[in-house]
Design a protein around this ligand. Sequence first.
Ligand SMILES: *Cc1c(COP(=O)(O)O)cnc(C)c1O
Length: 369
Amino acid sequence: MNIPLFDLSEQNAALRPEFDAAVARILGSNQYILGKETEAFESELAVAAGVGHAVAVSSGTDALVLALMAMGIGPGDEVLCPDFTFFATASSIARLGAVPVFVDVDPVAFNLDAADAARKVTPRTKAVIPVHLFGQAADMEAVLQLAAKHKLQVLEDAAQAIGAEYRGRTVGNFGDFTAVSFYPTKNLGGFGDGGALFCATAEGAEKARVLRNHGMHTRYYHRWIGGNFRLDNLQCALLRVKLPHLEEYARKRSANAALYLELLQNTPGLVLPRVLPGNVSIWNQFTVRVEGGRRDALRAALTARGVGSEIYYPLPLSRQECFASLPPSACPVAERLCGEVLSLPIFPELGEERVRHVAAALKGSLAGL
Ligand SMILES: *Cc1c(COP(=O)(O)O)cnc(C)c1O
């Protein structure tokens, strides 16, 4: 049996007639950018995600850039972000001329270590970006305490965590702004690039909407230098078809995860992911740690057995070539994780039989190394 890391075909086939109808509606609408379709998507998204204000944008990366623009981040500012996350978290800071300051993560939930963040605050620190990695919320109480103490703005990177909960509230309710992504592998996966920015206040949302459209408040009158961060109505229409299924997708991922946890418990050399008390994960990834320097060999063995996997992420951001000129920022846990992590198939439609097959392949491969 061949099992890919990720496969959307079943999920998308089930909704094909609705997608076709949505496309036909937009093609015949004579309105392809902004207006009613975008607004309808935004209000439905805000309800589904349990947040107050949602602004649809062109990608998760653009949501981060737009948020930092709205927060007034620029040259001379420092922004704290985890060393172990997708590149866009940090590149968005650098693209605005500010300095990403890399913070270590905790080895259990893979999220920002607030104690290390506190050690790296300077008088130039303006903001912090907690990432809710792999679908599980960061320790927001600790992050918010740190932010209050040093008057930092908070931008949640929830690209992988739409719908995840922290102590009874969904992510997107803690920071000044929250970025989410509709990249196809994310829990709400679109048909191309897309994202959204959740905003804590109506004023923040209004500013984000203006910045999304070249900082233009009245036609051809520009208050700020924004950008083109708009999301096509075609994409909004397609995402509106998937939105009612978001919880169901998370439930199915969660069932896959629960079965992996049962089947793989007490496997020597394997550290399983853990959901911390108070958290509800949406399981965007199921990421194990392989001890004893055997991660790459295990991955090769799984590939040979037709089981897909991926390394999120192989190199800490602080060691990326493009950040070589930044001052060093020690993050030993992030370093170690990059050599140990391996993400397994977890997409909603995977189902019991394939989870059992992956678990057996993994145990068999590990035992043979
Ligand atoms: C996917 C992702 C992004 C960027 O989203 P895009 O829509 O691909 O631009 C940012 N941060 C994290 C943590 C992500 O996983």
